[in-house]
Design a protein around this ligand. Structure first.
Ligand code: IPM
Ligand code: MN
Length: 352
């Protein structure tokens, strides 16, 4: 019997549905080629539903989504909805409720893709960021005092638990080992100022590394220096592990040096549960419905999804197909690719 997987699809807002459609097209093609089956089930969570019902995620959603092998997400964010409501109500809510404690973001320059960094080639830009995805400044602890007065105080705390940090570090060590490039894991932190939070990270990093990953070289860089090196010497990096907030920031920088939001994909991973894959570019409202947005990030996210559910060869094949067509595109930016959204999807399929 053919192996089959149940995939929940949340196309979401803006250009989300357009890129997810191309992603599904590619995933179906590759699943046929490799002899497994994908059953997609659609969920309409996003800005439109919120506007109609006032609901971001219905109560039953999380329990329902737990039954899938993976979740494939387009984009969340609507111009008519106040920033924060959908992001927190849907995206962060899912990451937290499903305990997707890893945010995995490859930063890889594909052939023929323009990078703003002069004289850097695909061999120079090829690393992975492992971002902690359920703690840090994102947990929402803190509060106001005397809100709205001139004495107002706002506190927002970064929560770092030994358990949360340790499971993230272990995952990063495993990724480094498996990637087998220079087997170097860089902890990105701020030990000179955040002397509690990153002290915990640093101690755990060395304890775990010393005990269980002696084959992996341990390296450290402050977050500001990490930004500097990512631009000046990206070839120094192999795998970077960091907290939620720093990971959010450095992966946008990473997306830019790999050619932009049109190509950057990410996985919200719970290695013991249900993971969710997304292009990291957002909903791009101004390009919606024009068939001009770049679907490659969504397609790459689909490839990552296959790798995670256990169809590694098929996932790698998707990436290879994408790498074989990037030289044909004039640019990765929306409207400038020299092809439409659907044509890019077709190109990937013919490359398969
Ligand atoms: C990302 C996004 C989200 C984040 C936003 C939309 C809440 O920027 O996935 O990087 O900050 O994690
Ligand atoms: Mn971000």
């Amino acid at each position: 019997m053919k192996k089959s997987y149940k995939i929940a699809v949340i196309p979401g807002d803006g250009t989300g549905p357009e890129v997810i459609k191309e992603g599904i097209k590619v995933l179906k093609a590759v699943s046929q080629k490799f002899g497994f089956k994908l059953d997609f089930e659609n969920y309409d969570f996003g800005g439109e539903r919120y506007k109609k019902t006032g609901e971001t995620l219905p109560e039953s959603a999380v329990e329902e989504l737990r039954k899938f092998d993976a979740i494939y997400l387009g984009a969340i964010g609507h111009p008519d909805v106040k920033p924060g409501i959908l992001e927190k109500g849907i995206l962060l809510n899912l990451r937290f409720s499903l305990d997707q404690y890893i945010n995995l973001r490859p930063v890889k320059l594909y052939p023929g893709v323009w990078t703003p960094i002069k004289d850097k080639e695909p061999k120079d830009i090829d690393f992975v960021v492992v971002r902690e995805n359920t703690e840090g400044l994102y947990v929402g602890t803190g509060g106001y005092l005397k809100k709205g007065t001139k004495d107002e105080v706002a506190v927002q705390e970064s929560i770092n638990t030994r358990k949360g940090v340790e499971r993230c570090l272990r995952y990063a060590f495993e990724v480094t080992r498996k990637k087998n490039k220079s087997k170097k894991l860089t902890l990105c932190g701020k030990t000179n100022v955040l002397t509690y939070a990153f002290d915990l990270w640093e101690r755990a990093f060395h304890e775990i590394g010393e005990k269980d990953y002696r084959d992996v070289q341990r390296d450290y860089a402050h977050v500001d220096a990490t930004c500097m090196w990512m631009v000046k010497n990206p070839e120094w990096f192999d795998v970077i592990v960091t907290d939620n907030m720093f990971g959010d920031i450095i992966t946008d920088l990473g997306a830019m040096i790999q050619g932009g939001m049109g190509i950057a994909a990410g996985g919200n991973i719970n290695p013991e549960g249900v993971s969710m894959f997304e292009p990291i570019g957002g909903s791009a409202p101004k390009y919606t419905g024009k068939n001009v947005i770049n679907p490659l990030a969504a397609i790459c996210a689909g490839g990552m999804m296959l790798e995670t559910i256990g169809e590694e060869t098929a996932g790698k094949k998707v990436e290879k197909a994408v790498m074989s067509i990037t030289p044909k595109l004039k640019s990765l930016s929306a409207g400038k690719m020299g092809y439409s959204t659907t044509e890019v999807g077709d190109l990937v399929i013919s490359a398969l």
